[in-house]
Ligand binder design. Structure first.
Ligand code: NDP
Length: 373
């Protein structure tokens, strides 16, 4: 039987996402420097990327476009990648690390922050090692593979007196921040119902995302976390209860360790409910919120754009931005001013998501409603 394939890459491409098509534009809505203002020319936050895989490539482009951050170091297990990146980004040998000698980054004055872009199961170890080296840390989502790990990471960063952020890029993306505003300011009245789902078909049975020890779980951990985030930032509330169901895999042989698809329902204190599916069975990327006096929605909603949005008042139009550049600008500006990073990208925020995701899995595994109170 020929398996129909639709890889993450082709899914992203179908959404207009690819390194070649990333927008060069920075949003005046999210960039700390409006395009009309004098461009920032002060010192930049110096960033090392740890794990040079697919997403690190997007971050490297974002860092090139960032006014407040620049790439000054790399951490990789592959000497051939080290050589290629060194040349491409003009990095000195002294700023190139592997996973064994990484701790000596403590002595490197050219690096302020380490951005962990490794498989999920490696986030904890490298966040803690970076913190012990005295570097601020961003870790990709999900921040860890368990609540216990997330707690350890937060403590290690606090003990080392460094800041910890989770790579929640959508907090720097204008369409999603408009969804948040419309919801939290109750522009169309109280939000009653949210539907948001994210999925793509996987075609590589060998990828680490299908190995529980490395991913911590299936599409919920990888994709559903965005839907969970959206439901929380639209309502501005924390869910009080969850029910959930696993959906059968289209290709069962690939899903022996993690779920292929999961649907869940969150109840919020105001009475709002959110229904979501995250899936490796289907391609979907949408967000819809129904309020008493209208609706607002995005589709695509979560990928790298360009996004399309509308509300019951008409089409929503915001600049098409490079999300990674906007995210790095936002974080860089705060850290350069030695201020505290916003709570919505903090380790504690990542921990809240981890707790809810563990509850979603518990609900799906037991068939019972799980209280989050
Ligand atoms: P990739 O598999 O493309 O890259 C992971 C990199 O980690 C590898 O290239 C490798 O880098 C390093 N690595 C070290 N040990 C291993 C190992 N045993 N197996 C596999 N890789 C290893 O993953 P992604 O870049 O797609 O994802 C990395 C992280 O970023 C994940 O946590 C993911 O959830 C997150 N992510 C976030 C996105 C967002 O939009 N915010 C989008 C995509 C991913 P090297 O060869 O240099 O050692």
């Amino acid at each position: 039987m020929v398996m129909q394939t639709f890889s993450r890459r082709s899914f992203l491409a179908s959404m207009g996402i690819g390194t070649a098509v990333l927008s060069n534009k920075l949003s005046s809505a999210t960039s700390p420097t409006p395009l009309t203002a004098t461009p920032y020319t002060g010192p930049k936050l110096r960033v090392a990327l740890c794990g040079l895989g697919n997403y690190a490539g997007y971050l490297a482009i974002g860092l090139q476009q960032s006014a407040y951050c620049k790439l000054t170091g790399i951490v990789t297990g592959k000497p051939e990648k080290a050589a290629k990146w060194k040349k491409e980004y003009n990095l000195p040998d002294s700023n190139v690390y592997n996973y064994d000698n990484f701790d000596s980054i403590a002595d490197n004055k050219d690096i302020d922050l380490v951005y962990i872009v490794l498989p999920n199961s490696m986030h904890k170890e490298f966040v803690i090692r970076a913190a012990k080296a005295g570097k601020h840390v961003i870790t990709e989502k999900p921040m860890a593979v368990s609540v216990a790990e997330a707690e350890e990471m937060i403590k290690a960063c606090a003990d080392a007196n460094v800041q910890l952020a989770v790579g929640y890029r959508l907090h720097y993306e204008p369409y999603n921040m408009e969804m948040k505003r419309l919801g939290q300011e109750k522009v169309f009245g109280p939000v009653r119902l949210i539907e948001t789902s994210l999925g793509y078909k996987v075609d590589d049975p060998l990828q680490w995302r299908l190995r529980r020890a490395m991913s911590g779980g299936g599409p919920l951990m990888n994709l559903g976390i965005y839907c969970l985030q959206a439901s929380r930032y639209i309502t501005g509330e924390e869910p009080v209860a969850v029910t959930a169901q696993f959906n059968p895999p289209i290709h069962p042989a690939m899903f022996t360790e993690v779920e292929a698809s999961i649907t869940w329902q969150l109840s919020f204190p105001s009475g709002a409910v959110c229904n979501s599916t995250s899936s490796y069975n289907a391609n979907i990327d949408r967000l819809y919120a129904a309020a008493d006096n209208g609706f607002f929605e995005l589709a695509p909603a979560i990928s790298y754009g360009p996004f399309k949005g509308r509300s019951s008042n008409g089409v929503l139009q915001f600049p098409d931005i490079n999300q990674q550049a906007a995210q790095m600008d936002g974080i860089g500006q705060v850290l350069l001013q030695k201020k505290t990073l916003p709570s919505h990208i903090s380790g504690e925020e990542g921990l809240r998501d981890m707790r809810i995701m563990e509850a979603i899995y518990a609900a799906a595994n037991t068939g019972r409603k799980i209280s989050l109170l």
